[in-house]
Design a protein around this ligand. Structure first.
Ligand code: ATP
Ligand code: MG
Ligand code: MG
Ligand code: MG
Length: 428
């Protein structure tokens, strides 16, 4: 909903009051980070497509509930007995509409007190209660109803979140009603696909099955047992990497580029688990482009470029992956469950072998060993300090000083464009 933020606050207006969207979403860093869930739950991806409907001061709670219910139970013909909803515990209005429109009994309208059911942009700004719709995949799947201690299982899966944007938080004590109440909803395409295709696991839908089968054909390890998880992670990460690159992001050691690099390296580790000795990810790209390139032409446009990046990045990391894994093994073999790996080793893996911290964490999860994050951060700080000191004495810093000196003596100059020769008007 980022593109609509200012429309909700009234700072910006559009010539429409309703919108529907299908958005590329990535949750692999920052406030929403599902990277560590991928492969472990049936419902989380790093990259997914989020469907939404929006109202900017137009329809509100009653109509939003009506439309959601109508779409799920009439258009999609999902059995009512399979659906549960949550509301914010004080939102009596939402409860009333759910009863009136969907005729849901009280035990199917679950009141939640946490911020899971109260959306806000930050400490101030527009905010409001949410109502979420859950699908019951049946008792053969482990997991409890939302609000219970087993809620993280995959039996009751959240398919749709509706935010009723009705307040504005002015400061910590003051909240007012918004003059124009709005709606912002999000439904995961992969989750609703699973429901519609009668599978509980997103990775068993047509969106993923073909990629996994294609990978199996190359890797030649059966998709079963532990290998299944690696195939899922690879399929998920392939989508994330390809979409990030096609949107102009390059692997690097900072910011968005590092989010991409972390995802890439995780997938490479899983390729390694499957015994793939050659770079793998770039070989899977044509299949993805085949499947999604018509809907997302940017994927097709970037194919050659992305293929190159994926291959180069994999070649580069392969050189240290095995040695890093060996070091990690040696360092943890003597450690017992629930112990901690020292920050120094985690730093060495990061600095010398190119292991992002979350990759190390992920590898150790299976052994139930955690990492000393504070120790790692201290080492990182020390390294930055060393780098700063050596920069001060370097040629680079002397060159920079020279430019500053020139500027001090002659003042700023105006950039006139890339003319090789102004008389001839040749442009470089
Ligand atoms: P969950 O509790 O399952 O992690 P969420 O509450 O974090 O989901 P929202 O932020 O409410 O999810 O996002 C709106 C919708 O987007 C969800 O109802 C779900 O259908 C979908 N969704 C959210 N995160 C993911 C993800 N990592 N992968 C696939 N779909 C997702
Ligand atoms: Mg979540
Ligand atoms: Mg949730
Ligand atoms: Mg939610």
């Amino acid at each position: 909903m980022v593109q609509f933020k200012n429309v909700f606050t009234g700072q910006e207006s559009r010539n429409y009051q309703r919108a529907v969207t299908s958005q590329k979403s990535l949750r692999a860093g920052g406030k929403h980070n599902d990277l560590e869930n991928v492969g472990y739950t049936a419902r989380h991806h790093t990259f997914f497509e989020m469907l939404g409907n929006f109202s900017f001061g137009d329809y509100f709670k009653e109509e939003a509930i009506y439309h959601a219910w109508n779409l799920l139970t009439k258009e999609f013909a999902i059995a009512k007995e399979k659906l549960y909803v949550t509301i914010y515990h004080t939102d009596e209005e939402a409860a009333t509409y759910w009863k009136k429109i969907a005729n849901l009994s009280d035990d199917r309208i679950i009141k939640i007190k946490t911020t899971d059911n109260f959306w806000s942009m930050g400490d101030t700004g527009p905010c409001g209660p949410c109502s979420e719709i859950f699908y019951d995949h049946g008792e053969q799947v482990k997991g409890g109803l939302p609000g219970t201690k087993d809620q993280d299982g995959d039996r009751f899966i959240e398919i749709w979140n509706m935010v009723f944007m009705q307040f504005e938080q002015l400061d910590s004590d003051n909240r007012i009603e918004l003059p124009k109440k709005s709606i912002d909803t999000g439904m995961g395409l992969e989750r609703i696909s699973a429901v519609m295709q009668n599978v509980y696991n997103n990775y068993e839908t047509d969106l993923f099955k073909e990629i996994i089968a294609y990978t199996e054909n190359i890797v030649k390890v059966k998709v079963e047992g532990e290998a299944k998880f690696s195939y899922r992670v690879i399929a998920d990460h392939l989508r994330a990497c390809a979409f990030l690159i096609s949107d102009g992001i390059m692997p690097s050691n900072e910011g968005r580029g590092y989010v991409l690099r972390r995802i890439m390296r995780r997938s490479m580790r899983h390729a390694h688990i499957l015994g793939s000795s050659e770079p793998l990810m770039y070989k899977l790209l044509p299949k993805l482009v085949d499947l999604m390139g018509t809907t997302y032409p940017e994927l097709r446009r970037a194919e050659d470029f992305a293929s190159n990046i994926l291959e180069q990045e994999e070649i580069r990391f392969k050189a240290t992956l095995e040695r890093g894994l060996k070091l990690l093994d040696d360092e943890t073999n003597h450690l017992s469950k629930n112990s901690e790996l020292s920050g120094e080793i985690v730093f060495k893996l990061y600095d010398t072998y190119g292991f992002p911290v979350d990759l190390t964490e992920d590898i150790l999860k299976a052994k139930q060993i955690s990492i000393d994050l504070d120790g790692f951060n201290n080492k990182m700080q020390e390294q930055k300090e060393r780098a700063r000191k050596s920069w001060l004495g370097s040629n680079e810093s002397k060159t920079d000083k020279m430019w500053f000196d020139i500027k001090a003596e002659f003042g700023s100059t105006e950039f006139l464009g890339y003319y090789l020769n102004e008389a001839e008007g040749k442009i470089l």
